[in-house]
Design a protein around this ligand. Structure first.
Ligand code: KG4
Ligand code: ZN
Length: 364
């Protein structure tokens, strides 16, 4: 596209940004209806206040996020009333920022979509009551969103993925394997029988006091474990992947967490240090935990792929495995999943980390 450069009096190629601005001017002709459907997405299910404006073809026009990680790290975990208060303090600003970045006036929105479940009730309530107020004020439709469905479908923003595909969602609050057969059509194949892997990694990181480790002080538990594991020797501790005899696709992390707790107590005695100090063997423990979790997740996923392939539920030639959620941003776990994908001739797709973790785009 060429536009007239008034100052130079000549034609020049405008930047991409300029082109979008021009296109937006066409779309925003006063009095004319918008050509695209525009949805504002709002997410407050856990500890991120997020919003985004997305058009019907999946273009992200504006997004904003406020993470509570730093506060919860200091508190030693997510305290629901604290999360609720932080959502209350930030939701107005975050929605405003997403709208301003998109340059979409609220009156031009086609709908407001908000996470209604699952999640922390107090956190969900903030997004929901804010959205109800907003749609009443703007006279817009409200779209209730299931947080897990949003996570599972996010990959379709970045990749051309046909249904059905297999999805593995692993985060601080979720752990499931499902066959995605349509936008709201999920066949559950497995889930955690107790806690989620991210929750377990956060607990181990807290027990190891990694917040006091100079290299990890601002990292969430899972990231801190991944970082330290690179410096450790996973063979120093013999941890067994959970449920290895169970002939299903479920997960479990609590037993492993208790085993690691016992190892930490033993090492504290051996090294003569008190609880709250960082063990010299922390990196070895992190490496062993990460390796065991990766094996467990990869084995259960392998079973799910074989189950789907044997029953003709996944394409024989073009099967897709999608891994998403905060824990799926772990490169060691991705590598293990990559091996499983190779041996089963599947394509492994992982949305970029900013779309793997909680965000407003996936809701919109
Ligand atoms: O998806 P997410 O942002 O929030 C929900 O839980 O829905 O995931 C956060 C979780 C936390 O438990 C965090 O420790 C974990 O994902 N996590 C990681 C990594 N980055 C975040 N776990 C392992 N390796 C990582 N690099
Ligand atoms: Zn989530």
């Amino acid at each position: 596209m060429l536009i007239l450069n008034k100052t130079a009096g000549s034609f020049s190629k405008p930047s991409k940004r300029k082109i979008y601005e021009i296109l937006r001017c066409f779309l925003f002709h006063p009095g004319k209806r918008f050509l695209h459907k525009l949805v504002l997405g709002i997410e407050t299910s856990c500890d991120d206040t997020a919003a985004a404006v997305v058009d019907e073809t999946g273009n992200v026009l504006g997004e904003a996020i406020h993470s509570q990680t730093e506060v919860h790290l200091k508190e030693g975990g997510i305290i629901p009333p604290v999360a609720q208060q932080l959502h209350r303090e930030n939701i107005q600003r975050i929605v405003q920022e997403a709208l301003s970045a998109s340059k979409v006036p609220p009156s031009e929105l086609s709908a407001v979509a908000t996470t209604i479940k699952p999640g922390l009730a107090l956190s969900l309530g903030v997004g929901l009551s804010y959205s109800v107020q907003l749609v009443n004020q703007l006279k817009k439709p409200f779209i209730p969103i299931h947080h897990m469905e949003a996570h599972a479908l996010t990959v379709r923003l970045t990749n051309n993925v046909e249904f059905p595909f297999l999805v593995l969602l692993i985060s601080g609050g979720h752990c499931l394997l499902a066959l995605v057969q349509g936008v709201s059509d999920f066949l559950m194949l497995g889930k955690s029988l107790d806690i989620a892997p991210g929750d377990m990694l956060d607990k181990v990181a807290r027990r190891l006091s990694l917040i006091k480790h100079p290299e990890c002080s601002t990292m969430c538990g899972g990231k801190a474990i991944e970082h330290l594991a690179k410096q450790g020797n996973k063979l120093q501790f013999d941890l067994k992947p959970p449920l290895h005899r169970n002939k299903n696709c479920n997960f479990s992390f609590t037993g492993l967490q208790h085993t690691v707790d016992k190892i930490i107590i033993r090492k504290e005695k051996e090294e003569g240090i008190e609880t709250g100090q960082v063990l010299s063997s922390a990196a070895d423990i992190a490496a062993a935990v990460q390796h065991t979790i990766a094996c467990h997740i990869a084995k259960r996923t392998h079973r799910a792929i074989l189950f789907c392939q044997q029953r003709g539920l996944l394409s024989q030639t073009n099967a897709v495995l999608v891994a998403s959620g905060g824990v799926a941003s772990n490169l060691y776990i991705r590598k293990a999943l990559g091996i499983i994908a190779d041996v089963t001739q599947c394509t492994l797709l992982c949305p970029p980390p900013r779309l793997c973790t909680d965000n407003g785009v996936m809701i919109a």
